[in-house]
Design a protein around this ligand. Sequence first.
Ligand SMILES: Cc1cc2nc3c(=O)[nH]c(=O)nc-3n(C[C@H](O)[C@H](O)[C@H](O)COP(=O)(O)O)c2cc1C
Length: 417
Amino acid sequence: MKPEEIAKLVHVGRPDAPYGARRLARCYDIADLARVARRRLPSGAAGYLDGGGEGEWSLRRNRLAFGELELIPRALRDVSEVDTTTTVLGCNLPAPIICSPVGGPRMFHHEGELAVARAVAHAKIAYGVSTLATQPLEAVAEAAGDAPVWFQLYLWGDRSDARALVRRAKRAGYRALLLSIDCAVRSERDRELHRGIALPTPQLDLKTLLDGAIHPDWSWHFLTSPALGFPNLSMSGPSSRDKLEQMFDGTLTWEDLEWIREEWDGPIALKGVLRVDEAREAVARGLDAVIVSNHGGRQLDRVPATLEVLPEIVEAVGDDIEVLFDSGVRRGSDIVTALCLGAKAVLVGRAHLYGLAAAGEAGVRHAIDILERELKMAMALCGARALGDLDRSLLRPAAPPDLDPTHARAVQAAISS
Ligand SMILES: Cc1cc2nc3c(=O)[nH]c(=O)nc-3n(C[C@H](O)[C@H](O)[C@H](O)COP(=O)(O)O)c2cc1C
């Protein structure tokens, strides 16, 4: 038998390696990517990725809320073609999915934002880049090619650095500005404290060193690539670490929007809206979008699941402003649910980060593919040919737990996915 014939036999039954990354071969959904990511990351980095504020009540609520709604599909419609295209903040997108801004992605993969940017360049979806990015924002914009990049702003100190940063983002071609409002002060996360990872000064003790030793691939890349820093903070004056210490000083107010408007003439979204009155204020101030978000359950613990507050915010301002949604999205059916409740699009944080940690650019591309595939499938199975066909008539509350013996299992699955 010839070697190529043997190779074919050996290959029988082995799934393809998405984008050449063998470790993604058995990753069929985001939960699979999360498992690979957690295996590859030291526990400190994994804790930073997975964790939520304090005791993580809101983190759990975000997932459970999806389990409290069911989809009632419409059948007998021609769904041979499903159109997921949309326009968000003036950007034409192939799907209502945006990679959300995250601080410190080089903790998960040594290329950090550059890997994500190359992945969105292929998918042509939008990417929000954090003030706490670990790559220069110009390099990220360039790597994203034609895909739209949005800049997420945090403020600190006397605002002059923030003004300069906004101008820099504009020059670099960022198309929208996201102002995160849910980080007045830094939150505490029990999980990070226990694992010694609390930024900006992670502990380096025997435990973390041993943790690094049993994750040699991550450690090798971490130690052989440039030191992790925040290159967009250190334009002038104190080091980026000092500036990080000054951030979240509690001084952000509505008045800041006035100078932001002077610097930025493109679309602006408020990220972290959980209240109807704040959504109305955003409309009154002429903003372009609100992002219903609780920061993935990472800031104030005991806030409601974002899915719970989405309907009242859509009802109040949905005709006047774009309402985007995040926190807890892991599946195409989650996206369908949020869109049925009136969201224009969803941002995904951990879902793309699990891909990043699992296999860099290939992992993010695979994560986006999974979400797009699942979204199309869920839409087709709901009888929706276009995003406009998704409405509340496709939803109903799930049976209450005492009537539904499968509820406990569903809740458990929601928590662990
Ligand atoms: C590791 C990590 C870091 C984050 N850093 C930021 C940040 O710098 N700025 C920001 O606005 N949101 C940040 N977020 C929140 C995300 O933008 C997004 O709101 C959240 O991840 C959505 O929830 P999900 O992870 O369940 O999708 C971060 C989230 C994670 C997981």
